[in-house]
Design a protein around this ligand. Sequence first.
Ligand SMILES: Nc1ncnc2c1ncn2[C@@H]1O[C@H](COP(=O)(O)OP(=O)(O)O)[C@@H](O)[C@H]1O
Ligand SMILES: [Mg+2]
Length: 218
Amino acid sequence: MSKGILVTFEGVEGSGKSTHCERICAYLEKKGFEVVHVHEPGGTRIGQQVRNILLSGENEEMVDRTELFLFMASRSQIVGELIRPALNAGKVVVCDRYIDSTVTYQGYGRGIDEKFIKVLNKFAVGEVVPDLTIVLDVETPIGLKRAKKRLSGEKPDRIEKLKLSFHQRIREGYLALARAEPGRVRIVDVDRDIKKTERAVKKCVDRFLQKRKPMKEK
Ligand SMILES: Nc1ncnc2c1ncn2[C@@H]1O[C@H](COP(=O)(O)OP(=O)(O)O)[C@@H](O)[C@H]1O
Ligand SMILES: [Mg+2]
C-alpha cells in the first residue's frame, strides 16, 4: 500500500479539468500536503513525445488500436517515472486524465472492448489506481464550445476534431463509470460559475480526506 493519495480528474473536452486541477492543487498545498500535478497523455519527457504523435492533426491515418497502445505507453511511463514514486513518498498526486479516459474515449468512443481496455490499464498501472476520481460533468456542446474558445485561433487536435456524437458517447461513458463505481468516481456538475464548481470540487475532496485520514501532512 502506498502512503500517498491519487486523485484524478476526468470529463469531456472543455469541462474544466485543467482549471480545477490547478485550483485543487493550490488548495491542497495550502492545507499542507505535498502535491504533484501531472497530466495525460504526456507528463514525462517520453510521454510528451507520445502525446505529440497522438494529438498531431497530421496523424489522421492512425488506427484505433495504435491510438490505444500509445495512450497506454504514455501511461506506463508516467506511472513508473512519476506517479508511483510520488505516492510511495507520501505525496498527493493530482492527475488530469488517467485510466478512465481510455475506457471512455477508446471504449465508448472508438468501440474497443471495455474489458480488454481494463486489462491493459491494469497492465500499464499495476496497483496504482485512483483513490478518488472527479468527473466534471457538463453538457457536451457547452464543453466543446469552451474548448474551442480556448484554442483562440489554433487548430483543434486530432481528438478535439471528432464529431459531437463521439464526444457525447464519452460523456455517457463517464456517467456509466460513476454508476458502476460510486465509491471511487464522483460526479461534479459544472456550473456556469467557476467558483461554484470550485466549491463543489473542494467539498468532494474534503469529504474524501475526512474519511481517509491518517495521511502524512508536511
Ligand atoms: N464552472 C466552470 N469550471 C471550469 N471552467 C469553466 C467553468 N465555466 C466556464 N469555464 C471555462 O471553460 C474552460 C474550461 O477549460 P479547461 O479547464 O481547459 O477544460 P479541460 O481541461 O477539461 O479541457 C475555461 O476557459 C474556463 O474559463
Ligand atoms: Mg485540459
